[in-house]
Design a binder for this molecule. Structure first.
Ligand code: ASP
Length: 318
């Protein structure tokens, strides 16, 4: 019996259209039905839904949780799920889904670096590969695929806007797709915390502040806290270093007023607890600032204590 795959479309460059002069394009234009009509895939019955058609730089918590609920609903009777998504925030949505949806069924996110009508458009190939992965008996949980590679959401980041090789992973690719055959080099071994949150209210306000030379961001911290921000992720320089002016502003807050997690702005990096510049801060391990922000927002939204938050982050490298 052929598999049933739910295809949830959210927009992105994969659904983008390039202007006739080929100088610019708009993401999130082509409906999923039109994209699918250009693809021959006989390995499964595909049930598609157009959840949104946006440029993923505009992703927000309302759409995130609508996506989570759409995934929950599709998991009830589908064997696997494919999500088309803009690459700008694809890694964030993938990590969020990994924390919120507990399933062994494959949930595969894909996108494109080139719009649907561009020369050498990569979207249909990525979509085809994602469908192959979603049908594979060896694929489990949330995965990302682009440019014939398969990545784990915990460590995949958009690494280039040029060419089709969009994502890179700290720990390397999990596997590859070649002529429709899905090959895994290793399995996702990380045991992640799981959250049952199903509404945007469970996603606490957390913002990211970058550290860099001659840093002046300290002046906006009070405004952020007044506006309801409960946590800050620092995208530190190097292995989690923070400019003294930003550090001074952050250290004015006690952990019960503001939870501070320190990550690194460097793509391949590791922030260890031992190198933290303030004892009350929490180290993000190998999580990117963007992944750390999602984890911290869900932890604060679920009422976790400072100790519980620190213990959870420890799982990402102590
Ligand atoms: N700005 C686009 C988006 O994220 C980029 C892409 O899809 O590659 O929707």
């Amino acid at each position: 019996m052929s598999k049933k795959i739910g295809l949830i479309a959210t927009g992105g460059t994969i659904a983008g259209v390039q202007a006739p002069d080929m100088q610019s394009y708009t993401a999130g234009i082509v409906p999923i039905g039109a994209l699918l009509s250009g693809l021959r895939f006989e390995g499964a019955e595909i049930y598609s839904t157009q959840l949104a058609n946006i440029d993923s730089c505009d992703m927000d918590a309302d759409l995130w949780f609508a996506l989570v609920r759409a995934v929950d609903a599709a998991l009830a009777d589908m064997d696997g799920i494919v999500i088309t998504h803009g690459t700008d925030t694809l890694e964030e949505s993938a990590f969020l889904l990994q924390l919120l949806v507990a399933t062994r069924k494959p949930i595969v996110l894909t996108g494109a670096n080139r719009p649907s009508n561009a020369l050498g458009a990569d979207g249909l190939r990525n979509l085809y590969n994602a469908l192959c992965i979603a049908c594979s008996e060896r694929a489990h949980g949330v995965l990302v695929t682009m440019n014939d590679s398969i990545f784990a959401p915990t460590d995949c980041v958009k690494a280039t806007t040029l060419g089709a090789d969009c994502f890179a992973a700290h720990n390397g690719a999990l596997g590859y797709v070649q002529q429709g055959a899905v090959h895994f080099l290793r399995v996702q071994s990380h045991v992640l915390p799981h959250f049952s949150a199903r509404s945007p209210e469970s996603f606490a306000r957390v913002e990211i502040l970058f550290s860099y030379a001659h840093n002046g961001l300290g002046v906006i911290l009070d405004a952020l806290v007044r506006d309801g921000v409960r946590g800050v992720v620092i995208a530190g320089s190097g292995a989690g270093n923070v400019h003294f002016a930003l550090k001074r502003a952050l250290c004015a807050y006690q952990p019960d007023e503001l939870t501070i997690v320190c990550a690194s702005r460097v793509a391949r990096s590791f922030v260890a607890p031992a190198i933290l510049q303030a004892p009350q801060w929490i180290a993000a391990g190998y999580l990117s600032p963007f992944a750390a922000r999602i984890l911290l927002a869900l932890l604060l939204g679920s009422g976790a204590t400072h100790d519980a938050i620190a213990r959870t982050f420890c799982q990402f490298g102590d």
